[in-house]
Write a protein that binds this ligand. Sequence first.
Ligand code: SF4
Length: 315
Amino acid sequence: MKLLLHTCCAPCSVYCIDTLREEGIEPIVYWYNPNIHPYMEYKSRRDCLKEYTKSIGIEAIFEEEYGLDDFCKNVVGDLQNRCKNYCYRVRLEQAAKYAKDNGYDAFSTTLLVSIYQNHDAIIEIANEMAEKYGVEFLYRDFRVGFREGQAKARELGLYMQKYCGCVFSEEMSKSAHQKKDKEESARANRDTERRIRLSDTIPNLDFRPLKRENKEEIDFIYNIKKEKYKEENKKELDKEIQNKLLERYIKENAKNIKVIMLKKEKIGFFDGKILEDDTFRIDNIFLLKEYQNKGIETAISNEILFENEKLVKSK
Ligand code: SF4
């Protein structure tokens, strides 16, 4: 089968070409993407595809059209639906037309590999173009190999773009990154604030999540709990029962256990629950004997409650 494979970029082409070749189809890569802006981005993606196709010995046709003006004029009236109403359409129409004019049996597109594109709209438009130009549209759900293809592309050192293609998608991607950065920095600030406030009352008091993979740390938790059982029951529990209880405790609570540190020494831990409103409620505070009744429990309970609205004490 003589197949024209519309190709949006080298990373997306990796899995599509590999699978088609496995099927015994040797596609001809067809670059036509006037939706990629600005020009340096267009050039980077195009040049990467040129190099990649050369390196794997596949035929490639490059239809040059850097179309910022036309693209903007055509999508500006309805930015929301720009992908479906213009971007897919213009590229798939050109691919179908080229396939028909140049004696191909079928056309397809690497857009079908992306888990971020509107897959159904691509199929719908490709079928429409197949009918319009009288050439078969070869459909494959390449999405199953999206991650595999991207991983291979990364390994090969291909140019990996950070946004879909048009200036509007770049804007969206920037805003999403800025939002994430903002959230991360707010979280970091909250953590710093928490440490500062805790240290106001008891210098060098801090806490951090339990390192579950660390045996020594798990043993530390076990030992404190054992002491607690002994204290409450006035005797040691049967070893087997005790171990079972401890194992279950760690399994059920590990996610919500925080180790309490004083001058970088582990002195105890507390556990709790994340509630529906995303707050954390402390249920129990356990300290090594020598640190009990020195105001540390109160400092932790009160200051966590006081300094961070997201952390609340149990009733
Ligand atoms: S987001 Fe991607 S698919 Fe949609 S219009 Fe922009 S370049 Fe085209």
